[in-house]
Design a protein around this ligand. Structure first.
Ligand SMILES: CC(C)(COP(=O)(O)OP(=O)(O)OC[C@H]1O[C@@H](n2cnc3c(N)ncnc32)[C@H](O)[C@@H]1OP(=O)(O)O)[C@@H](O)C(=O)NCCC(=O)NCCS
Length: 148
């Protein structure tokens, strides 16, 4: 069974393990822990049966009318099996249920896999953010309107 669930701080070790395996410049554990104290930020876990195999971090803006996908990862052992696509579609269903139709995110311009995934779902690149990342890499800002 596959499902998404909001995670609390008790999941930090598992989340951080996936984060470290997924990114060359992972967020710190402290950074994650602080997110749990933000009232408009939620960490969603993606479960395959009882195993946490991915997570996303969503910041809700403007009275919960816009979702900012701040982080999104699938444990590398489970990548390329369609789980990322499935997780994103479950997130979309959840947004729709809560009448949230606008989503945006930033992605490294060299992260072809993630860009392909977002484009598959019809996310559109709106602009390029220069030197957005710590290694001066640019980001694409992508938007998606769930009403379209
Ligand atoms: C991005 C990520 C979440 C995708 O998860 P996943 O489970 O591997 O995704 P899927 O198996 O559903 O594949 C999704 C799409 O990615 C694209 N894709 C997969 N492998 C690819 C590759 N080697 N090169 C380019 N695109 C690729 C395809 O469009 C694929 O869709 P398709 O299989 O229908 O053609 C995952 O790779 C990940 O955690 N990466 C590291 C963290 C990260 O970069 N997160 C995004 C931050 S913005």
């Amino acid at each position: 069974m596959k499902k998404i669930k909001i995670l609390d701080k008790s999941w930090i070790e598992r989340i951080f393990e996936i984060e470290k395996k997924s990114f060359s410049s992972p967020w710190t554990k402290r950074f994650f822990l602080n997110l749990f104290d933000e009232e408009n930020v939620f960490v969603y876990g993606f479960f395959l049966n009882k195993d946490l195999i991915g997570f996303s971090v969503i910041e809700y803006l403007i009275n919960y009318s816009i979702a900012h996908l701040q982080n999104f990862a699938i444990n590398p052992e489970y990548q390329n099996k369609g789980f990322g696509s499935y997780f994103l579609s479950l997130m979309h269903e959840n947004f729709k249920k809560n009448k949230i139709y606008k989503i945006f995110l930033e992605v490294r311009v060299t992260n072809y896999k993630a860009i392909n995934l977002y484009e598959k779902f019809n996310y559109k690149t709106i602009n390029t953010l220069s030197d957005y990342y710590e290694n001066n890499e640019d980001a694409y800002r992508m938007w998606f309107n769930l009403e379209n």
